[in-house]
Design a protein around this ligand. Sequence first.
Ligand code: HEM
Length: 798
Amino acid sequence: MWFADMLYAMESLVPYIGNIDRVQEDCDVLTLTLAKYEKVNLKEFRSVMFASLRSLLPTTWSSEHENAWAWFWGIVEKKVEENKQLPVHNHQCLRSFLARMDEETLADFKLKVFDTFFATTEESQLYLRAANKRLMYIMGRILTIMSDIYTKTHQAVIALSALGLLHAGHGVPEDLVRPFVQAFMGGIKENCPDESLHDGLWWTLDLIGRIFIRTLAEGSTPVIIAINRNTAKAMKTAVANYPRGEREVILLKVQVGTESMSPLIWAVEKLRSKLGPGTHELRKGALESAKEILNDLLTMRADRARYYYGMEMLFTRHSDIISLLCTKAPSLLPTLFDGLIWRSKNVKNGMRRANYYIASLLRDENGQLTDSLLDLIKQGDCEIICHPTVVFQADLLWTRLCCLPWALTKCWFCLTLVLYIMAEQQAIVSSDPLSTDRFTVIACRALLYVCSLGQLFAKHAFQTYRAVRQKEMMRFCCMPVPKYVLRTRQELVEVLLLLLLICLLCIEPALHCLAVSSELLIDCCEYGEWQCNLMHTYNRLAAFPMVLYFILASELVHLNVHLSVFSVICSSLMWEFLLYVAVLIFFTAAFASAVACLPQSMGSDSVQMRDFFSWPLAFESLLSMAFNTYGSDNYEQIAQEDEPMLKWFVMGFAACWHVYLMNLMVAQLCQRYNEIFHDARGNARLTRGINIYETSMPLISKKRWTGFVESLRLEEACELDEGDNGPRGAVPTTEDPYDYLQYPKVTLDRVQRYGGLANPELPWPSLEEAIDDSAVGKLTRMTQAKFEEMDRLMLGSS
Ligand code: HEM
């Protein structure tokens, strides 16, 4: 309905009626909008408008109002009526122009426009550095907007607002738009000899140019210009004069018409869009700008009346800021997290108060746990995951919420481990095969097969079925294996355990004994050799699941970060250890083969005959020498042997292993330890994060989570030092007085306090000029005044 379009146009016509260029632009747009309707009666609209206005202000409506609105309407109506015929005619011109060009001519025309533009306006080359293909795409989009302005006027204006903002972000000056439009028109004239179309095309281009210039001007705020200047200083100067109450808004939002953009995100995006040769300077600069915006937002400022801190606004406007920084500018994450810490200058009762402003990191607007920590885990940066803010958030979740549910999930392994020990260890129950204790063993084994084997079987059968259906299989030693099995150590150990338990069930003596005796027995050795062998095989095989159960139960180390770090170090160094074991086996095999060749002329009781006669004997003896389990008497016997070569080979082996390889191994492990220690801390923290998100949080009920968040009182102002209520959104804690030295980047009591008038309309005075009215500030000023007075007195007396 045209009435709705009229009302929409009023919203921009009324406030800008004093700006003749803007009125012309809005009237042109309105004309285009109304051209779509067959019957538009402006007189009717006038009557309705006046009637509504009068009834809105029945008592205060005066002739002055009447005159002002009549004047306003007169201008609008005249301009709309004047151009009423233009849209249809001009649209026809554009259609005819486009219809005349085939694909090749159109491509030539597009590039020609840029050739002329670059030739006439050299400065443009500084901004437009795109390849021909991209330039053709840009021209294509401009031509589409030219058509859209007739068919989908509102969308075209919105698209132009977005483009204006984009160009403001690129720092394109307004002065370049006219030459561009001229170049465009020049191209049209060259390609279109029919002069009757020129006026119509010029009208369209001119209108687009005007809208574009306006949106460009509105989008070019000091902050956007500062981002293009690329220095932190420029950013500081740009925001310095804004009212303190609006400072957060201008750093996070630039509005043009219905379109808006965030300077912070633009600066971050610019980091990526400027990748490429010769653009290093720009990247660094945009990084500086983005860093400065974050710094400014997260600086805690206070005047006499209130605190100003942009944490809440930052996360409200960009709830995905962490994931964005993780993917686009990870180097800015420390700046962001630093800005969420406040630590007191004072130490009370041997502890220092600290506030972590993590409200928005913890819960989103629906009160649910945010994915910020998960994003950091996915990023996998060991450095950032150990940042004090991240550590505090993770530890808070862990200690208050997740630790117990997680430990309970692991208790199952501990329980099955106890069952297994009772079922399999020989010394636990009586060794008499007929004692009644055997029923305990049988009961434990039955429980084990049903609960442990049953649970593992169900879990892995389902996962394997899913992997097969989703074709997530891989080849391992020529065998198809589901990919998930090799993804984590736990899955692999579980599958091995499952296979071993199945084997144990197949050779379970209690079942096989049923064939020879109706009594329930676990040892039926006396009934035959086969039963006896089976039992020994079973007992030997049972030793392996024991180790695997312990490995699974060892997951409990992740309850404590220090233990977790140690376990990470152990598993990281495992590969080095295996390497040395392999080298040892190689050396032992080499020396054993050599020793086994020596002449065996001595008596049967000689040490050479006993320990080095064949290759396996020699191998075993040398291996026990390597592990220091070869008796010292034996060495004496070797020294007295008639075969001198044996002694020299043993000494050679000892030199290779004990002197050379062992020392090399110690040196290498030390070096690797230093390298991995830092990463190990990060890895332990990552494991804790995964345990929180993957294992524990799904087990936490909604009620428990809500209770936890409420207990943190994030909506209330959080006290800084005693009696000083700071900004809200923090979780307070106390730390060891020297803890801050581990991360001294965040200064103590980092609130910037300003004296004087406390009006949100006023800008912040520059820090040098600001009068610090805190106790320390007053003391400093007083001392300085006293010194100056003493100087004056001394100068006067001399
Ligand atoms: C009426 C005037 C103009 C219009 C309608 C216009 C339109 C466009 C459009 C549609 C794009 C592509 C946006 C995208 O999809 O990413 C673009 C990109 C761009 N324009 Fe303009 N433009 C105009 C004038 C200018 C001028 C005068 C300059 C300055 C030399 C300029 C510089 C740029 C730059 C630097 C880009 C980004 C190129 C890139 O990302 O590779 N534009 N413009």
